[in-house]
Design a protein around this ligand. Structure first.
Ligand SMILES: Cc1ncc(C[n+]2csc(CCOP(=O)(O)OP(=O)(O)O)c2C)c(N)n1
Length: 317
């Protein structure tokens, strides 16, 4: 049971992600976004529940499906939408695109190479430890990435050096079209944590309150200097791997089965049943967030393209 403020805060984070992602899908299908688009719809509770414990200065890394943690940390919708549309006003002046989002104000970065974010999360964790700062480095990835060597190397070194890292694995059942059961030797990645002597926790990633409650003690132990842990959240992506995915590999009825567990109506029921808010209150929040996302889309669509000269700025060599 969480307090009213926490439940409503989680609701805003869930809605921020879902509403932004739906608008991004619409803009992609209208041809406003170049390249592929890997959306986070369905997995919102994982980022919302974890990021509610993070401070802006906590280093946060993610992979190709990285919109969730950035939105959950409270990114400026306008700057993020600008980046998706490749505009000059985007987070990276339109040069990164949707898979390469960087926001120094939220200590956030993501990239397209599967498994690459985990070792990168150890660097800022080591710095925090050496500087005696109580920061937590959170890294978000998929269950497919958990079969990369980088997962095991990162868990091992983080455990050995007792680094303040929270590894967050989204088990959304599919790595593109490969089901977890055909790629992973054990049913749960959380169990792999024991091989490195660190806590591994399995949580229902369709339940924002459950994720919030599971992540809290792990974040706090990292802040106290007690080392890393692994949180595995069972979840599901409500859209294709990317927007051109025909979804031919899915067993019939699977998407519908998971949509019935949608984290947003679940939290709405919890809020209403706990007396934390009424239907009207929730409608007001939905409208407010919808308006913010619409304004961000208008801002991005009317933003200029980056000047060609910018191509060579921020290039090291
Ligand atoms: C090193 C590397 N290999 C392959 C790819 C192509 N690729 C992109 S997403 C993906 C699957 C990732 O699955 P998972 O980690 O479960 O994340 P999900 O897409 O389910 O969020 C692959 C193989 C890549 N981007 N990087």
């Amino acid at each position: 049971m969480v307090a009213k403020e926490v439940a409503l805060d989680l609701y805003r984070r869930l809605l921020g992600i879902r509403t932004f992602e739906e608008k991004a899908a619409e803009l992609w299908h209208q041809g406003h976004i170049s390249g592929e688009l890997h959306l986070y719809s369905g997995q919102e509770a994982v980022s919302a529940g974890v990021c509610a414990h993070l401070r802006p200065e906590d280093p946060t890394a993610a992979d190709h499906r990285g919109h969730g943690p950035l939105l959950a940390k409270g990114v400026d919708f306008k700057k993020m939408m600008g980046e998706l549309l490749g505009r000059r006003t985007g987070l990276c002046q339109g040069k990164g695109g949707h898979m390469h989002l960087f926001d120094p104000s939220l200590s956030y970065g993501c990239g397209s190479i599967i498994g690459a974010a985990m070792p990168l999360a150890l660097g800022p964790a080591l710095v925090a430890k050496m500087q005696n700062r109580d920061l937590v480095s959170a890294v978000f990835f998929g269950e497919g990435a958990a079969n990369q060597g980088t997962f095991h190397e990162s868990l091992n070194l983080a455990a050995l050096w007792k680094l303040p890292v929270l590894f967050v694995c989204h088990d959304n059942r599919w790595a593109v079209s490969v089901p977890k059961a055909q790629s992973t030797a054990v049913p749960w990645n959380a169990d792999r944590a024991s091989a490195y002597g660190i806590p591994g926790v399995l949580v229902d990633g369709m339940d924002a309150v459950a994720v919030y409650e599971a992540a809290g003690p792990l974040v706090q132990r990292a802040r106290r200097g007690e080392g890393p842990s692994l949180l595995e959240a069972t979840c599901y992506r409500f859209r294709g791997h990317f927007e051109t995915d025909p979804l031919v590999y899915l067993p019939p009825g699977e998407i519908e089965e998971w949509k019935a567990k949608d984290p947003i109506p679940k939290l709405e029921r919890h809020i209403i049943e706990s007396g934390f808010g009424t239907d009207q209150d929730l409608k007001r929040i939905r409208e407010e967030i919808r308006a913010q996302v619409e304004r961000a889309a208008e801002f991005a669509l009317s933003s200029p393209w980056p000047e060609p000269e910018l191509a060579t700025q921020h290039v090291f060599v």
